[in-house]
Design a protein around this ligand. Structure first.
Ligand code: SF4
Length: 332
């Protein structure tokens, strides 16, 4: 199923059995209140009336904010029940939730299926048990695999979330995680490079020198590899990098944050392609055609890609053309 948008409600996780190293849950849960059933219904109704049937068919109602299936069971059912009337027929396409791998079992999946949940995003973060332990995730990679299997059994769309740059996580561990995710083959993936928030455990590890996050450049290099891997294996990357928000930026201490992180990774992929393209060419002036929507990515942030080529002796002009496939570079 391909869905293009969500009406998202943030339900702060109230049932965390542990505190993951990178999470600033205390800050988040202290400042964000879950919407009431009444507010949720009101928003759904407003969006229902505002959208055309076609738009509604491409929209899910989403409950995000951690571990939806670990909150109080009656509350979880209450949330699902209050949006059900807007699903199906001429309404929205389904319900999307995010949760932890150890908060998935037959009983929960049975309820979710019955209540029109069509997609589950699983916060896996890593498939490396050492990394999971080190970051106090409270579950194992085996539990992730089992949860994914179960979600498939119930014919619910699977999304996964992974992190890059966690304490104890080598580059190889990240790549191995990506390969395991490809084997599982979720429909979608979100990649979150680690950002150190005020109040998180990793902030204290960072301040004491126990944890040194990768540089932004290293993060971009690694995440661009993941992006290529997932693209090549038909797994949709629906997010790469944290959603830029001014209110959140003031709580960032360090780490892999840039408001246009995904675009930087896409530019890096183009840089590699450009280097391959020019590898055996004589230095000089060149023009290349690319899809019109990709011009800025090919040029790079602050013209970084063009500068790399210039330093190697190639003066390159990038021209947009709608007829060129996305990702293609055509020398003219
Ligand atoms: S990352 Fe998720 S499971 Fe971990 S403490 Fe935060 S909300 Fe809870």
């Amino acid at each position: 199923m391909s869905t293009h948008s969500n009406i998202a409600f943030f339900i702060p996780h109230m049932g965390c059995s542990n505190l993951c190293s990178f999470c600033n849950q205390r800050i988040i849960s202290g400042s964000i209140e879950a919407p009431s059933f009444y507010e949720i219904k009101l928003t759904c109704k407003r969006e229902y009336n505002r959208m055309t049937s076609k738009q509604r068919r491409n929209t899910q109602i989403a409950f995000f904010g951690g571990s939806f299936t670990a909150i109080d069971r009656n509350l979880m059912i209450g949330y699902l029940d209050c949006v059900r009337e807007f699903i199906g027929n001429d309404g929205f396409s389904g319900i999307r939730i995010s949760t932890r791998p150890d908060a998935i079992n037959d009983e929960i999946l049975h309820i979710l299926k019955e209540k029109s949940v069509t997609s589950i995003e699983l916060g896996a973060q890593s498939m490396d048990d050492y990394v999971l332990r080190k970051n106090l995730r409270g579950h194992t990679s085996y539990q992730i695999e089992q949860a994914c299997k179960k979600i498939f059994e119930y014919d619910i769309e699977l999304g996964m979330q992974i992190m890059v740059g966690l304490p104890g996580q080598s580059k190889q561990s990240v790549i191995d995680t990506a390969k395991k995710v490809i084997d599982i083959h979720p429909e979608t993936i979100r990649i979150y490079p680690v950002v150190i928030f005020k109040g998180s455990l990793i902030e204290s590890w960072y301040n004491s020198g126990q944890y040194v996050p990768p540089s932004l450049d290293e993060g971009i290099e690694l995440c661009s590899k993941l992006l290529e891997l997932f693209n090549n294996n038909n797994i949709k990357v629906i997010r790469l990098g944290l959603h830029a928000q001014k209110t959140m930026e003031k709580d960032i201490v360090a780490g892999l944050y840039h408001p246009a992180f995904k675009e930087l990774c896409e530019s890096r992929i183009y840089l590699k392609k450009l280097k391959r393209l020019f590898k055996n060419l004589q230095t000089g002036l060149y023009k290349i055609l690319v899809n019109s929507s990709e011009v800025s990515k090919v040029i790079g942030h602050k013209k970084s890609n063009i500068k790399v080529l210039k330093d190697a002796g190639y003066l390159v002009k990038v021209i947009g053309d709608k007829s060129i496939d996305i990702g293609e570079l055509q020398l003219i």
